[in-house]
Design a protein around this ligand. Structure first.
Ligand code: 5GP
Ligand code: MN
Length: 338
């Protein structure tokens, strides 16, 4: 769903005088969620809008290099401020999520808010809760779509270094450094941002080479002691227990990327990273090719996402979720003789 010419004209009219704009993104924001939100905020500020970014939960510390990230309102830390920013907004942008339940309790407040709502996203099956829906599941990232949005408004010249770095961050993180989910536009956008002076080398260094010693040891532990391979279904999983969380003092972001290591194994096409959290078991799923982990997440783990990268959660025991993953595998992968 690209925006129609008519919709672009309407949005231009909406933005033709300074507005109170609130930008929202999903819980556990990643590089694309943060980059798209901050890029849009800086862009709107160029036209004297008052733009605020709301994050449902805290951001991983490796994104601290992003300009303006300290000014984001984190709902978990400042509930009243976040709710007030939604209630008083004239325009609400919803970025990098497709359904109001992805922003938890804020979803209801957004649903009831009077503001005009604009959804910009690249996840499958967007829910029709917004007045304008700009959704393209072929796009690498929401950052790619924000770049298109800025270009569609004819304002490419406004992309400064802060906007460029924020957008490039989402391109990098949602494509695993241009390894997957790319299309030719992804590279055109990257080239355009590089032409405008973005230092992508330093961005990659900031994003990926900032592990703590604890994180690297946890990765070693996860792969050495918590990984199980199911070769006949080309699958692998890593399951972390509550005790692992205590032993390694695991915090938000510490487990980022572990799931991708499983897919580095030759012959493995589906990966699950399952972790036991205080009240819930969370699951990250990744796949290659035609295997849809989005379908698996939706049908079996109350989740969703993209065809090759999705997630979900359940109130269940860790071993039950591991067993459920193994049980549903035959619906997605043909058994092979070993
Ligand atoms: P991750 O495994 O990195 O947390 O998430 C991968 C993808 O799955 C992301 O695109 C994210 O939006 C989606 N996702 C993760 N957890 C959930 C969930 O609980 N519900 C839904 N609908 N999508 C999720
Ligand atoms: Mn994204």
């Amino acid at each position: 769903m690209n925006l129609t010419e008519k919709e672009i004209i309407e949005i231009k009219a909406l933005l033709s005088t300074p507005r109170a704009v609130t930008i929202l993104t999903h819980r556990n924001p990643d590089g694309d969620a943060l980059g798209s939100s901050l890029a849009l905020k800086f862009f709107l500020e160029k036209f004297n809008h008052v733009a605020k970014v709301i994050l449902p939960s805290e951001y991983p510390f490796n994104f601290a290099y992003l300009d303006g990230i300290d000014d984001c309102i984190v709902y978990d830390l400042a509930r009243d401020k976040a709710v007030e920013a939604i209630k008083s907004a004239e325009i609400i942008f919803c970025l990098d999520f497709n359904a109001l339940d992805r922003i938890d309790r804020l979803g209801l407040i957004v649903d009831e808010a009077k503001a005009k709502k604009i959804l910009i996203d690249h996840h499958l099956d967007p829910e029709p809760f917004a007045d304008y829906i700009f959704s393209d599941t072929a796009a690498s990232s929401t950052c790619e779509l924000i770049h298109r949005f800025i270009m569609d408004l004819g304002e490419g010249k406004r992309i400064d270094n802060s906007i460029g770095e924020a957008l490039f961050t989402g391109l990098i993180t949602d494509t695993g450094s241009f390894k997957y989910s790319t299309n030719s536009m992804t590279y055109r956008v990257a080239a355009d941002l590089k032409d405008r002076g973005v230092d992508d080398y330093t961005l990659q260094d900031n994003i990926f080479n900032t592990y703590t010693e604890k994180q690297l040891r946890l990765l070693g532990h996860a792969l050495a002691n918590r990984m199980e391979i199911i070769p006949e279904y080309r699958a692998g999983l890593v399951a972390l227990t509550k005790q692992d969380y205590l032993d390694f003092e695991i915090q938000r972001g510490d487990t980022e990327g572990i799931v991708n290591y499983i897919l580095m194994l030759d012959g493995i096409s589906v990966a699950a990273f399952i972790r036991e959290q205080p009240t819930i078991v969370k699951l990250s799923l990744r796949s290659k090719g035609d295997i849809s982990v989005q379908d698996m997440a939706r049908k079996h783990f109350n989740g969703g996402g993209h065809k090759n990268a999705s997630g979900g959660a359940a109130y269940a025991k860790l071993e039950d979720i591991v067993a459920r993953f193994k049980k549903v595998l035959p619906d997605y992968v043909a058994k092979r003789e070993l």
